[in-house]
Write a protein that binds this ligand. Sequence first.
Ligand code: ACM
Ligand code: ZN
Length: 609
Amino acid sequence: MKVFSFVVLAFLFSNVYAGPIKLLPQPVSVTEKPGKFVFDGGVRVRVSDASLQPAADWFTGQLGALGQGKKPVVLELMKDRNLLGKEGYALTVTPSEVRIKANEAGGAFYGLQTLLQLMSPDGDAGGKWTPCVEITDYPRFGWRGLMLDVSRHFFTKQEVEKYIDEMVRYKFNTLHLHLSDDQGWRLQIKGLPMLTKTGAWRVARTGRWGEFMPALADEPATEGGFYTQDDMREIIEYARKRFVTILPEIDIPAHSLALIASYPNLSCTQLNYPVNAGFRNPTRDDNALCIGNDSVFDVLDKIFTELAALFPSEYIHIGGDEAYKGFWATCPKCKRRMEQEHLNNVDELQSYFVKRMEKMLKAKGKKLIGWDEILEGGLAPEATVMSWRGMKGGITAARMNHQVVMTPWDFCYLDLYQGESSAEPPTYGICRLKDSYTYDPVPDSVDEKFILGGQGNLWTESVANFRHVEYMTWPRGLALAEVYWSPKSARNWDNFTSRMETEFRRMDAADIKYARSVYNAILIPKRTQDRDFAITMTTEVSGLDIYYTFDQTNPDKHYPKYDGEPVRFPMGATQINVITYRDGKPIGAQVNVKKEDLAKRVNEAHHVY
Ligand code: ACM
Ligand code: ZN
C-alpha cells in the first residue's frame, strides 16, 4: 500500500504540469495533441533564414545549460507573408520536433516565448519537455507597452534590462521610458551638460513621498543618476534583440523642473529651483517652460536632435500633461507670443507649443505622441494621443482620425493600490487586477483601426527600488498583456487567474517579485439604519474562504467563517481582522482595517480605497 501510494505520488509530481495547457497571454488557438517533446541531451535550434538567428540565439541563451540536443527546434519563415501578420506565429510540437513558422523574426520570438511557457513552471524540477500541440497565434494590437518612470526614482541599466526580460515573457513590445520630470533628468545630452550635472541629482530623502522636508541651503544633491548615451544605446540594443522598442519621453512644457533647475532661464519666473525630491511644497514651483522665450526652443532643438539620433523608435513622446498655465498668463514673453500668434488663451499657447514641437520632430524624422492634454487648445495635425485621464481623450482623438494609445489610469496605472490598502505600501487610488483584466481599449463608439494598442504605466514616486517595480507590475502586467495580445472573446477571469498562478510559479523559479494582493479579502462596508455599518466580504480570486474577527486577535480557520451575508460591526469593536484560506491553508495576507477607515469608505465608490 505504501509503495503503491509512493508510485502514485511520484507519478503525480513527475507529471505535475500534465494538466491543461496554461499559456499567458492566451493564444488565438491551441490544440493539444498526444505525446510530448523531450529536450533530451539539450537544445538544437535550426533556422531557415539568417533573419531568424537572433531569436534562435536568444532561445539557446535561455536554455543554454542544456547543451546541444538531437531533436531540433526549427524556426522557419512562412511563404505566405499575409498570414499571421508581423508578430504572429504557428507553433507545432510533435514528439520528434518543434517547428515555429512566422512571417518575421518577431513572430518566431513570440513562438519561442510560448514554447517556454509549455515547459514546467517550476524551473528544472519537472525536466525539460513540452506537451505536443498546434498553436496559431497573433496579437490583437501592435502597441503593447509598459511605461517605467525612471525620473521619480532612477533605475539602473541592468534593472531596465531585467524589466525588458520580464515584459517579453508576456509579449509586450514597447518600453516607454519617462526620462524627465520635476524629480530628475535621466539622459545625457552632450550639448547640455548641466542636465546631468545638476538635473539628474537631488537631495536624499526617504519615507512618505510628497511629505519630505525641502532641501536645506547648500545640502548636497546625492541621489539620482542618469544613462549616458552609450548606456542608452546598450539598452536600445538589448531591447531590439528582444523585439522591444524603447519609446523615450521628455515631459514638456511642464513637469520640467529638472531641466529648469539645470538652466533656470527657461521658465517664466527664471528663479533657481532645486530638483524636487518629493518635497511638500507650500507654494507652486514654476515647472513649465516659458513658451514666449525663443531660447527654450533652441534648447529643445538640441535635446531632440540628440534624442532623434539615439532612438530608432518611430515616435518621440513629448509629455504635455498637467501643465499649470498660471505663470504663462502673467509672463510678458508668453503674452507677447500670444499676441504675435493670435492665440486667445493659455490653452492655445500650449497647443502652439505642441504644434511647433511636432514640426521640430518631423524635421528630424520622428512622429509626436503626447498625453491627452495635447488636445487642449487644438490638436497638432499628425499627433498620436496617449489617453490617461480615462478614455475620453482617446475617443475624441480617434473621432478626429488621430491614432491613440490607451492608458486610462483607472485600469492601466500600475502605481495604484492593487488590493486592500491597509495591507499595501502607501500610494493613492486603486486599480485591482480585475479592473485591469476586464478593461477593453476599444470603446464601443470608436473605430478599432485608430487604437494602436495600450500600455500599463508605472509611475515611481512611491517605488523606491526595483523589487517594488516588479511587485507593482505583476500580476497587473499579466492582465494587460492578455488585454493587448489576446482576442477579446478569449477573456475569462477564472481561467486567467488559474493561468496567472502558473506564472506565479514561473516567477518564483526566476526570483521575480509579484504581488499576491489578489488573494486578500475585500471589505465593503454599508451603512445600517442605526448609523453603524455591516460589512460584505469578497475576494477577487474565486473559491477562497474568509475568516474574520473583531476582537483584535489574528484569525485562522477556527474563527468565524464569512457566509456571504453582511456582518454587523459590533458595538465597541475598533477594527476587523480578516484572512483568506484555500483548501484549508492560509493564502492571503491578514488584513486589519480600523473602524474609522471603514467609516470613511461607506460613501465612497470602490475605486478610492
Ligand atoms: C500623467 O499621469 N500625468 C500622464
Ligand atoms: Zn513665459
